[in-house]
Design a protein around this ligand. Structure first.
Ligand SMILES: NC(=O)c1ccc[n+]([C@@H]2O[C@H](COP(=O)([O-])OP(=O)(O)OC[C@H]3O[C@@H](n4cnc5c(N)ncnc54)[C@H](O)[C@@H]3O)[C@@H](O)[C@H]2O)c1
Length: 353
């Protein structure tokens, strides 16, 4: 196989980001794009000089000779598209969250195992340059055993509306959209411990903040303040793992507090803080407490998360690498997300099997 021939499924916001980054992945060739809104597929195809565009995944796969598809559709359609593609003999990279819920994620994983097709989950923050630097410190023993992590992704007035705020398409609000990023990234850096229980609370008091005179930073194409908004505004959770470690999650689209994003990882030998402000190592030196700021602006092999993620997928299809962001990791993350929603709904701790 010379180049990996890819069909892009979905032609919205993240598909555009993937297209930009595929330009730098030399072994990838996006040969076709499909979207249930065929006009969007056509616009994106023309923008990047892709010759073929279709109104459905079925039509695209039937008409083209593909090696893989890249699933960039609403969460509710991840499983449907990924399963169809694998059953047609294609490898799949699927945007986060893996699926609408853990049940669908388990089905996707089972189809991947049955068909022998790759199923990689696009956990982009794993591939960020900053994550690579943090992992380097962890692998070299600077943190010791990590037993506590703060995982934060909170916007102040950042409800994007559109399909994101419509649970029938998204499966939920910031927990499934933003929390998924920091939960997976924290768990990845903690060495992928097994989650055993979750205790959570979620709120929906602020809705789409219709009357606020401040703009949301980013909204999807066509979204308005009158869109359905039946998802949580904000959630917090304590996620407990079998090794005794916990992640404390805060995630929100809207809250009367300052926005924040990043991880704080606390280990037996040191700690690290990512996100807002410089990457910092908290440790002890000469019996004093010392904070070290790490410059990640001039990394020799800087690449950007999306490009590194898509390059890994292509290398995996070519048999040069094995997938790190596996279907199993996607499923574990979905079990945590489902447990957060269930705990918030019932007010009780939820045990994860
Ligand atoms: N990695 C990231 O940082 C990141 C950022 C944004 C979105 N996402 C994920 O990407 C996915 C898409 O989000 P988006 O912001 O691009 O949304 P979007 O609405 O901009 O684009 C999604 C597109 O999918 C199309 N679509 C829906 N169902 C389809 C189907 N069955 N077949 C073909 N096309 C279909 C829609 O018509 C739409 O054009 C979501 O799962 C989201 O969570 C990831």
């Amino acid at each position: 196989m010379s180049k990996v021939k890819i069909g892009l499924v979905g032609a919205g916001n993240i598909a555009n980001t993937h297209m930009t980054n595929y330009q730098n992945v030399t072994d990838a060739e996006v040969v076709a794009i499909c979207d249930i809104d065929k006009g969007k597929a056509e616009r994106l195809a023309k923008k990047y000089g892709v010759e073929k565009f279709y109104g459905s995944i079925e039509e695209m796969i039937a008409s083209e000779t593909l090696d893989a598809v890249d699933v960039c559709v609403w969460n509710v359609n991840h499983a449907k598209c990924a399963i169809y593609a694998m059953e047609q003999g294609l490898h799949v990279i699927c945007e986060k969250p893996m699926a609408y819920n853990a049940e669908e994620a388990a089905e996707m994983k089972a189809v991947s195992e049955k068909t022998g097709k790759l199923l990689m989950i696009a956990f982009v923050t794993r591939y960020a340059d900053e994550t690579r630097v943090v992992k380097d410190y962890i692998d070299n023993g600077y943190l010791g055993d990590i037993y506590y992590a703060k995982a934060q992704y909170v916007r102040r007035h950042g409800n994007p509306g559109g399909w994101f705020a419509d649970s029938s398409k998204s499966g939920g609000g910031p927990v499934i959209d933003l929390g998924v990023h920091v939960i997976d990234r924290a768990r990845f850096l903690m060495g992928l411990p097994k989650p055993v229980s979750v205790y959570a609370a979620a709120y929906n008091y602020l809705g789409n903040r219709k009357n606020l005179k401040t703009n949301v930073g980013w909204i999807p194409e066509g979204a308005t303040k009158d869109d359905i908004c039946d998802v949580e505004d904000f959630a917090t959770a304590l996620i407990r793992f079998d090794n005794g470690a916990v992640i404390q999650l805060e995630t929100g689209y809207s809250i009367n507090d300052l926005p924040k994003s990043g991880l704080t990882l606390c280990g037996t030998k040191g700690g690290m803080k990512t996100g807002d402000g410089p990457l910092t190592l908290y440790t002890e030196l000469n019996d004093f407490m010392v904070d070290t700021k790490i410059d990640i602006n001039n990394l020799a092999d800087a690449r950007g998360g999306f490009e590194a993620e898509l390059a890994e997928f292509v290398d995996c299809v070519l048999g040069k690498k094995t997938v790190t962001a596996t279907a199993e990791d996607g499923l574990v993350c979905m079990k945590i997300l489902d447990a957060i929603y269930e705990s918030a709904r019932t007010g009780h701790e939820v045990v994860i099997e």
